[in-house]
Design a protein around this ligand. Structure first.
Ligand code: ATP
Ligand code: ZN
Length: 212
C-alpha cells in the first residue's frame, strides 16, 4: 500500500509540536527516543526524524514526500517551496540586534558594520533590499555572544521573547523576517500520495479551525 513519508525535526523546538499536531489529527505514532523513523498505526504515514536544516533537501529530493520545518530554514536554504499549510506553532522572528548601549537610529547605521548570523542568505538579501553594505560573519551557534567577544557589532538571530538578547546586553532593532512552522511538499507526488496529503491537510485544517 502507498504510504506518505513525512520528515519532522528529530529533537528541538519543533519536535514536540509536530508530534502533537499529528496526534491531534488522530494519527497514532510511537516516537521512541533515538529512532530514525517510525510508522503510524492508523494512517498510511511513515515519519522520519531529521535535523531541521536537512528537511527541505530531503523533501526536494523526494526521500520524504512532505515535511514540517520553520519557514526561516526554507528561505535560508533557498529551496523552491511555498508553504502548503502554515501550522501556527514555532513562531519566531529573525531580528537584528545591537548592543543595548548603541545609539541606533536606523538601518543605515549598519553600514560598514560586522553582523554575525547563522542566516547569511536572508541577511544578505535584507541588506541588499535596504542598500546597506555590511560584513556578514557566518557562525553556526551562540550568535548572541558575538558582540560581547568583539566578533561583530550586530547580530541577526531568531528571537521569540527577546530574553536571550536582553541577557546578553543586546537590543532588537530590526525585524528581518517573521516565521512559523510550515508544511512543505515534494512537487512530484503521485496520485495516491496526493490523495493522502489532501486527507492529512483536511485534518490539519480542522485542528487549526478548532483552535481559533
Ligand atoms: P536541529 O538540531 O534540528 O538542527 P536547531 O538547533 O537548528 O535544531 P531549534 O533551535 O530546535 O533548531 O529551532 C528549530 C526551529 O524552531 C527554528 O528554525 C525556528 O523556525 C523555530 N523557533 C521558534 N522559536 C525560536 C527561538 N526562540 N529560537 C530559535 N528558533 C525558534
Ligand atoms: Zn538546525
Amino acid at each position: 500500500m502507498q504510504k506518505l513519508r513525512i520528515a519532522i525535526q528529530k529533537s528541538g523546538r519543533l519536535h514536540d509540536d509536530s508530534i502533537k499536531l499529528l496526534k491531534e489529527c488522530g494519527i497514532d505514532i510511537n516516537n521512541g527516543v533515538n529512532k530514525l523513523k517510525t510508522e503510524a498505526s492508523n494512517f498510511p504515514l511513515e515519519v522520519f526524524f531529521l535535523r531541521d536544516d536537512d528537511i527541505p533537501q530531503y523533501v526536494e529530493d523526494g526521500v520524504a514526500d512532505i515535511g514540517i520545518v520553520g519557514e526561516n530554514v526554507v528561505l535560508e536554504k533557498n529551496r523552491p517551496f511555498t508553504a502548503i499549510e502554515k501550522l501556527g506553532f514555532g513562531k519566531c522572528r529573525l531580528s537584528i540586534a545591537v548592543a543595548k548601549t548603541a545609539d541606533y537610529k536606523g538601518v543605515q547605521d549598519l553600514q560598514g558594520q560586522r553582523i554575525a548570523t547563522s542566516y547569511p542568505v536572508i541577511v544578505e538579501k535584507f541588506l541588499r533590499d535596504n542598500n546597506v553594505q555590511a560584513d556578514i560573519h557566518e557562525i553556526s551557534g551562540s550568535v548572541e555572544i558575538a558582540p560581547g567577544i568583539g566578533l561583530a557589532e550586530a547580530i541577526c538571530d531568531l528571537v521569540s521573547s527577546g530574553s536571550t538578547l536582553f541577557m546578553n546586553g543586546l537590543k532588537e532593532v530590526e525585524t528581518v523576517l517573521k516565521s512559523e512552522a510550515i508544511l512543505i511538499a515534494n512537487g512530484a507526488l503521485n496520485e495516491e500520495q496526493q490523495v493522502l496529503l489532501r486527507k492529512l491537510q483536511f485534518r490539519i485544517q480542522a485542528v487549526k479551525k478548532a483552535k481559533n
